[in-house]
Design a protein around this ligand. Sequence first.
Ligand code: HEC
Ligand code: HEC
Ligand code: HEC
Ligand code: HEC
Ligand code: HEC
Length: 237
Amino acid sequence: MGFSMSELKKKTENSSSDTTEDEESGEQKTGVHCCDKKDKGDSGVGMGVLFFIASFAICFLSGWLLFPSLLYSKKEQPFNFNHALHVAETGGCESCHAFRDDGTFAGVPKNSACIECHESQLGETEDEAIFMTEYVEKGIEVPWHIYSKQPDCVFFSHAAHVTGAKMDCVTCHGHIGESTTMKPYQENRITGYSRDIWGENIWGVKKNSWDRMKMDDCAECHQEETGSKGACFQCHK
Ligand code: HEC
Ligand code: HEC
Ligand code: HEC
Ligand code: HEC
Ligand code: HEC
């Protein structure tokens, strides 16, 4: 933002110094009589510059601020799930995010993993009340929106990364396991994919390994870790 504002300022400065030069030379030739004319010409250029800046700013800001909010629709999760509270209660991630006996990853836990504690209402929070009345009592699984969900054509294996390569959850997911609240899920209106694939930053800037998870991000790490980006069929069904 700061960079482009100073650019804009420079542009204004340049164009106003241009006008003063024209003004001076014009005055030398025609003398004092054409004051009216000079004023008109001046305000014309001034208006042009103003108009240019205004439209530039509008386009720029609408691109920057409006486009992401138009491109993504926000969806609230069914209710808030407090990871920090539950990790303290259970002592780790495995009780909910386990690997099955065949080595495959169980993913998000079903209600059966919750009912051992939430047989009946434990506390007084609104979130727990929604969970109990809308899902546990009705026997319906919670329809969580999965932030990290990849397109159906992508094959991903937690076993290869967590069991095999001994990678930490944080590397790819960030600090979800320590969070107390869930951010809204954002769905790309064109592709239907989660925003977390492209990332929050619309320029695609990445500061942390978990900021986005596009094809290039998978391949970049595979290149570093294994010396090869891998064949298409490795990640595509
Ligand atoms: C008591 C059960 C429970 C425990 C313990 C637990 N989780 Fe979860 N986890 C969930 C539920 C329920 C969801 C789905 C809702 C959500 O996304 O928060 C989930 C979702 C996730 C997701 C997927 C987010 C997404 O949508 O892409 C990650 C990553 C995750 N948990 C990491 C962890 C880590 C790391 C730990 C341990 C530090 C942990 N969890 C411990 C229940 C649990
Ligand atoms: C080891 C026991 C245990 C398990 C397993 C467990 N919970 Fe909880 N849960 C608690 C306790 C204790 C509280 C705090 C109750 C209070 O005092 O408000 C709680 C609170 C909650 C709340 C409300 C509090 C908040 O801040 O969000 C929700 C919603 C919830 N649990 C959902 C779940 C879901 C969904 C699962 C299964 C994925 C689950 N719990 C599994 C023990 C457990
Ligand atoms: C190498 C990166 C990577 C690591 C490490 C990783 N994950 Fe994931 N995780 C992903 C990707 C990518 C997806 C989306 C997979 C898909 O949609 O097919 C995902 C999906 C999930 C989901 C949602 C699964 C579902 O059923 O939709 C949960 C829960 C999850 N991860 C938890 C964890 C936990 C807990 C750990 C640590 C034990 C972990 N992940 C480690 C990349 C990773
Ligand atoms: C931060 C590093 C990292 C990221 C990010 C990552 N991977 Fe991996 N991946 C690995 C490592 C390390 C291995 C293990 C390589 C080995 O065993 O030779 C692996 C293995 C795999 C394998 C198994 C290959 C085999 O032949 O067994 C698949 C499939 C895979 N990754 C897909 C993905 C996809 C899809 C993504 C992105 C959504 C992804 N990975 C993101 C590091 C990463
Ligand atoms: C390391 C894993 C990996 C490899 C290797 C890989 N891809 Fe992908 N690819 C992905 C992931 C993850 C996505 C989804 C995220 C995205 O769009 O960037 C994707 C998305 C795509 C898409 C867009 C699909 C859609 O629905 O948006 C195409 C097309 C594609 N890949 C083609 C290829 C081809 C062709 C190759 C071989 C040259 C290849 N991929 C190799 C991981 C991989």
